[in-house]
Design a protein around this ligand. Structure first.
Ligand code: SF4
Length: 450
């Protein structure tokens, strides 16, 4: 292991972020180690790894324990990690999302006990101040490779010094969200829908976060009930808004009471037809998706959820159960994934991710070109690579598995879809089309002749 550094200083402790304020305690979900974890592993494996002679399941693919919303899974991997690094914690502690938040890894000295940090990682963590701090839930930390700083999900959450390299095209607010904000917390860009930023807190911070300018800065405390009231008032007074997307930060780090207050206020507005929640909690904090939450969310349908996935390594038994709990509560689930260099920018990796998502009832929805936030050049790929990934999926796998590849246009232009070129021209009355294998086909289209 090269570049290993021992960290024994507490010098980075002042950067730590405290728990979100005013969180009430929820009774922890009943928690048990489910004996049939092999069954989750089987359904989460890629098809190529399933033996050719294995017979299809006769009825439900999910074991009974997943169907029950009262139990939580602790995989063998989580268990051994917990026993090693949190020996005093019980199953009930581990399955309690408040415990996960209280025990987040927020400095180099704690993280160095769990993974062999490279010198680059240590320097980056110790140099950091302000927004987008280091924070990783113990659950997500259990998925990190302790020896490989280049492991995709480790790169997604552990800072490196490349974050401090600024390029000319980068901007704090590359999508110009602040310009389209009529009142604090509301981004009104498209005529019939708004983004409602309800918190700046996340349980785990992604190093490529589009809102790196605002997340994780607990000194400002901008997201209070007064600000929420102003946002709700704006929505009430704007009848064109039929769709509200709650985002942040991660709205599922709010307590059930606070979230329900927001949902119930929005539901009372007659022209709001549709509410969505954007979150990474099912992936980095699956313990949050307990029965109390799903029972509450069910009261506010139609409610949809966009879940931020990054890599197939995130598709664990815990995440499968969290998504099953949400889907069983009638919440349609879509994924949002940022295309990231060296993390998920290969067709094979993306295929494993989208196939795994369909197996846990999540529709791959958006694949985003990485936004040019400050210090993101090491994460950004060429657009050509993204188009190549879509080309490698479309036609080669089920259409449900193919996300929309988009650039959120810098300067506030909104989402612009990017597609491989399938229309290659005309020949008289015929339109010439290329199929997924590169073959050219004709479609009679005399009406389209100019
Ligand atoms: S969970 Fe979302 S809001 Fe939070 S750091 Fe990651 S990308 Fe940003």
């Amino acid at each position: 292991m090269k570049d290993t550094l021992r960290v024994d200083s507490q010098s980075d402790l002042p950067n730590e972020e405290s728990e979100p304020p005013s969180e009430e305690k929820e009774p922890p979900g009943k928690c048990s180690t489910v004996p049939r974890l092999a069954e989750y592993d089987r359904i989460l494996r890629s098809p190529s790894e399933v033996p050719a002679n294995s017979s299809p399941p006769q009825r439900n693919v999910f074991p009974r324990s997943i169907e029950s919303r009262h139990r939580m899974v602790v995989s063998d991997r989580s268990k051994s990690f917990r026993d090693r690094f949190f020996p005093g914690a019980s199953d009930a502690d581990w399955c309690d999302w408040h415990w996960q938040l209280r025990n987040r890894i927020q400095n180099a000295s704690v993280l160095a006990r769990m993974v062999r940090l490279s010198e680059d990682e240590v320097n980056a963590i110790q140099r950091h101040s302000g927004n987008l701090p280091l924070a990783i839930t113990p659950y997500y930390a259990s998925l990190l490779d302790p020896d490989d700083p280049l492991q995709p999900i480790r790169r997604a959450v552990v800072p490196v010094c490349a974050e401090y390299n600024r390029c000319e095209a980068e901007a704090d607010d590359p999508l110009d969200e602040d310009r389209d904000s009529p009142v604090p917390g509301i981004v009104h860009r498209y005529p019939d829908r708004v983004l409602f930023l309800v918190t700046d807190y996340c349980s785990t911070y992604c190093r490529y976060c589009t809102r790196s300018r605002m997340v994780g800065d607990r000194s400002t405390r901008r997201f209070d009930v007064r600000q929420w009231e102003r946002g709700i008032e704006y929505i009430e007074n704007t009848p064109a808004i039929r769709d509200v997307l709650l985002s942040g930060g991660d709205p599922l780090t709010l307590s059930n009471d606070r979230l329900e207050w927001l949902l119930s206020r929005l539901r009372r507005i007659p022209h709001v037809e549709f509410i969505r929640i954007g979150t990474k909690a099912p992936v980095v904090l699956p313990q949050r998706i307990n029965h109390g939450l799903t029972r509450m969310l069910k009261r506010y349908h139609p409610l949809w959820m966009s879940i931020h996935f990054t890599h197939p390594d995130e598709l664990t038994p815990e995440v499968a159960q969290a998504c099953a709990n949400l889907a069983d509560a009638g919440i349609p689930l879509g994924s949002q994934t940022v295309l990231l260099s060296g993390i998920n920018d290969r067709v094979e990796t993306m295929k494993r991710l989208v196939h795994g998502l369909l197996k846990i009832r999540v529709k791959p929805y958006y694949l985003y070109q990485c936004d040019p936030i400050p210090g993101s050049s090491h994460f950004r790929t060429s657009v050509e690579k993204g188009i190549g990934i879509i080309q490698g999926l479309r036609g080669h796998t089920t259409g449900y598995a193919v996300p929309n590849y988009v650039i959120d246009a810098p300067g506030g232009g909104g989402k612009i879809p990017l597609l491989p070129e399938y229309v290659v021209g005309r020949d008289g009355d015929d339109l010439l089309l290329r199929n997924y294998q590169g073959g050219i086909y004709r479609y009679p289209d005399p009406a389209g002749k100019s």
